[in-house]
Design a protein around this ligand. Structure first.
Ligand SMILES: Nc1ncnc2c1ncn2[C@@H]1O[C@H](COP(=O)(O)OC(=O)CCCC[C@@H]2CCSS2)[C@@H](O)[C@H]1O
Length: 335
């Protein structure tokens, strides 16, 4: 494994652009470990409808930025008390479960004294029954990133202030969101680590994961000026862009949504002369494929159970929706 230093960038759109650049360009043969710490921001899931997830007036008032990431799953809050880790590597199929990639992080946290830290639920790391880390994955063209957050000493009030509350969501949509109880990990680590700055905590994690005693011993790839130029291009085109982060939410004729154990799935269709003229799929489910492929495949399909069954036969449901099945999708659309 090799470490890539993000050189003290605290802007979420830069950091997510850097992560994406490292996924899309294989700079080194070994797996990469990247950390980042972001100024107050909401990092929204790849397929989520931003306006339904965030408390926009609050974000405006407090200068909290929204950045849409490449991976599926739900919306999380980042601030200078939260550190994110990313394992970026070739996607050989072996690393696609939450248990494999969170293991080194859990082991490191155990060594630091947070012995109760464990993987639970679909993608959460919990301690004392409370969530301190959310995890997700993204794969494209044989490369992948498996990443997660760690709430070290974040302002937990802000998590609820910045994200739309469950109550609001139920009122507006009849959908339950996963609003887990969250905690910081700082109170659980040994005394010597409790009051570390977030950067020092990140460095301790780095040493633990690499199993070395000093930062100098950590093998690293130094980003070049050319690399950074490309990172800023990606940021310009995608992650610093309103269209990407919020996108349009046009009116749809039909909306069908359901909350499964493995996430919310929300279909929107425009239907013209009985056929789907446009489709949009939102949600916080975990699939590794680009949901756009599915949206495109549904255009032109007659809005009937039979025709949808046929259309879905040609779709690798697991690739796009994770553990939600074809039968469950047809059931929610046509029950
Ligand atoms: N920073 C942070 N860490 C852990 N849990 C959080 C955080 N912010 C919010 N939450 C809680 O998780 C749920 C959403 O859980 P849910 O399971 O829906 O989504 C996730 O966990 C996604 C994790 C994405 C990780 C990426 C890694 C690098 S960039 S972001 C939210 O409603 C809060 O209750």
């Amino acid at each position: 494994m090799i470490f890539v230093d993000n050189e003290n960038n605290y802007d979420a759109s830069v950091n997510i652009a850097l992560e994406t650049y490292l996924v899309e360009n294989k700079l080194v043969d070994e797996p990469i470990l990247l950390f980042y710490i972001n100024k107050p921001s909401i990092i929204i899931g790849r397929n989520q409808n931003t306006i339904e997830e965030v408390n926009q007036p609050y974000l405006d008032e407090h200068g909290i930025q929204v950045v849409r990431r490449m991976s599926g799953g739900g919306a999380v809050y980042h601030d200078l008390g939260n550190v994110s880790f990313c394992f970026i590597k070739d996607d050989d199929g072996s690393f696609r479960d939450f248990a494999s990639f969170t293991k080194p992080v859990i082991e490191a946290l155990h060594k630091l004294g947070a012995t109760g830290a464990e993987l639970q639920g679909r993608n959460d790391l919990l301690i004392d029954g409370k969530k301190f880390s959310g995890n997700a994955m993204y794969a494209k063209d044989g490369r992948m990133t498996a990443h997660g957050t760690i709430l070290f000493n974040s302002d937990l009030e802000e998590v609820n202030n910045a994200l739309k509350s469950r109550k609001e969501k139920i009122e507006s949509k009849g959908i339950k969101s996963i609003r887990s109880r969250v905690t910081n990990i700082a109170p659980y680590v040994k005394d010597e680590y409790k009051d570390l700055s977030i950067e020092a905590f990140r460095d301790v994690l780095l040493l633990e994961i690499f199993g070395v005693a000093s930062k100098e011993e950590v093998p690293r790839y130094q980003l070049t000026e050319e690399d950074w130029k490309k990172v800023y291009e990606i940021r310009e085109q995608r992650f610093g862009n309103w269209d990407w982060n919020y996108g349009q939410s046009p009116a749809f004729d039909i909306e069908k949504s359901k909350k499964f154990d493995f996430g919310l799935v929300d279909f929107r269709f425009n239907v013209t002369n009985g056929k789907v003229s446009s489709a949009k799929i939102y949600g916080d489910f975990f699939g590794l494929g680009d949901i756009k492929d599915v949206e495109e495949k549904l255009v032109g399909v007659k809005y009937t159970k039979e025709d949808f069954l046929t259309a879905f036969d040609a779709i690798d449901v697991n690739k796009y929706f994770g553990r939600v099945t074809k039968e469950e999708i047809i059931e929610m659309l046509f029950a």
